[in-house]
Design a protein around this ligand. Sequence first.
Ligand code: FAD
Length: 568
Amino acid sequence: YGKRWVGMGMVWVCFAGAALRWGGPPIAMHISNHHTMHMHHNMHSFQVWRGIRLMQKHDSYVPRPPQYWMDLSHAYTSLYLLQSRMMGDVIFPYDKRFRESSNIWNRNVGAPLAVVQAANEADVQQALPILSQLYLEHDVSFRIKSGGHSYAGYSGNTDGIILSVAKLNTQSISSTTSTATLVTMGPGTTVQQILDQALLPYGLGGVVAECSGVAQGGFVTGGGYGFLSRKYGLGVDNVLGFRVVLLDGTAITANQTVHPDLYWALRGGGGGNFGIVTSIDYQLYPSIQDTQLFVSGTIPLEVIPRFLTQLGHLESSGSSIPGEFSFLLKGPITSTVSIPFTIGWIGTDDGVGINNHTHTHNTTEGESYIQDSIASLVPEAKFDYDFMSWSNRTRHAGNSEGNLVRAWSGFLYDDRNTLEVWTEISNLLGAVAAKCPYLHWHVELWGGAIANVAPQDTAFYYRDALFNIGLILMVPDDDAGSTQDVFDAQVKAVDAIWPRVSKYFHGIYTNYNMESLHQMHYANAYWGNNLERLQTVKQLYDPQNIFSFPQSIPLSQKKKTDGASSSR
Ligand SMILES: Cc1cc2nc3c(=O)[nH]c(=O)nc-3n(C[C@H](O)[C@H](O)[C@H](O)COP(=O)(O)OP(=O)(O)OC[C@H]3O[C@@H](n4cnc5c(N)ncnc54)[C@H](O)[C@@H]3O)c2cc1C
């Protein structure tokens, strides 16, 4: 195909490409029922001309140098070549599947040129060398997508290519012991699929994110915090091996014995840096029921500093809060209304519950523990105890797609867990929230099993964090069309106070990536003392920095500047 296209003349291809990209409704309607290749061959020159006219009238039309059009024509040539070699498909903007396949949680990112939708590992092996070459020779970038839940939108790619492994989402049991079951799952497997397909039928539960649409591909490569993390560690602590496709298209296994350097780096280095994960050997745990104890309630803002300080002291004092217990404060920040929180108590039925006491359904024990040890700390707060379905709760736990979003975050360690610090943080947040009604506060209690692993044992460095604190701004569309202005003003307001909040923090969770982080600071903030070793692994597996995005792991002597490929 490549030769044939070139033979037909670059200019024609270039025009056709432009028409496809900016064709607008008349062309899109005309071709929507046709197969891509068929349509492309039969495209009438009038339609091409009409596409160009539409493109020129398009609001976002920017004059481009001739090289841009040449690069674009190469991109289309490569994509059609790739399509002919794949089980999966290459999906272009006029295709009715385009919206779903290119959709990511962060709506600030524009539409890609196309989505390469892999159906299996072999497709990824076909795609990666071609896309790498396209990037190196024609500066057309690609990004990897599993669940699309990167806060900063790093799986999206305005006018670039998305290589999606979202359809690699099957789960199969590989081996079982009395204490754990190894499940081989695709990177596109979402939280909801694990709960529906492993927890409900088999009683297998484990460390998964709180929201239904987060997928394993990004979750376990960046860390992975869930309701069960204080009992079973982070997601990375439950990965026994990866299948990874490298830049030259070879597929390898990375585990404790084969490619241990890559295995180490993929457990906390963050997605999109070394290769494409095509499957994950993930530990789940038996005898976990779908019905669990979830306590919801609200805490008045003025009481939060005292409560969080005490909760942190309880965790760090060695009195050992049980691993089944998780705490998440999450909601809009206002001083007049209390902030919602969730306490999860994910118990097992294995007869070995908290403190090795034998019992049959330790969620009941959880209720007593929470009443006696936690609720007693805050008589002002409201606690509603509810035994409910974990899978259903997650299904309905807000995935707020369709907003303009921005996140800020940081870890608070024990040495800063004081009433003064929390008071200052909540005062600052309370004040900025008065100007930012769409700002949500997010505080997770860490500790427990997360801290049982040494910082250098996996690439996830911040093992001793007590709390993970985040702010999430989610501005919904408004009919007046002022969404972007409202968003920009609120981002500015938070950025202005953030240095006064973050001075108490030590490090940032890669999976709660912060777009506002300065280019000079992000690498140390995400990877701490593990950065140098990560750079060594990066040099080995990606010496040309092909897996690059605004906050990717930088090579120690950079050949490309960060973000060089972020947009074109
Ligand atoms: C609503 C929401 C709720 C969240 N809840 C939690 C939570 O409870 N706990 C928690 O720890 N985190 C949570 N997160 C953060 C989440 O874990 C990260 O954003 C994670 O990276 C998302 O993974 P993904 O595959 O869905 O996202 P994607 O956007 O598809 O991927 C994230 C990053 O990994 C790269 N990547 C994706 N797939 C692969 C692959 N197969 N191989 C190599 N690189 C890949 C992407 O290029 C991107 O850079 C939440 C995020 C959102 C938006």
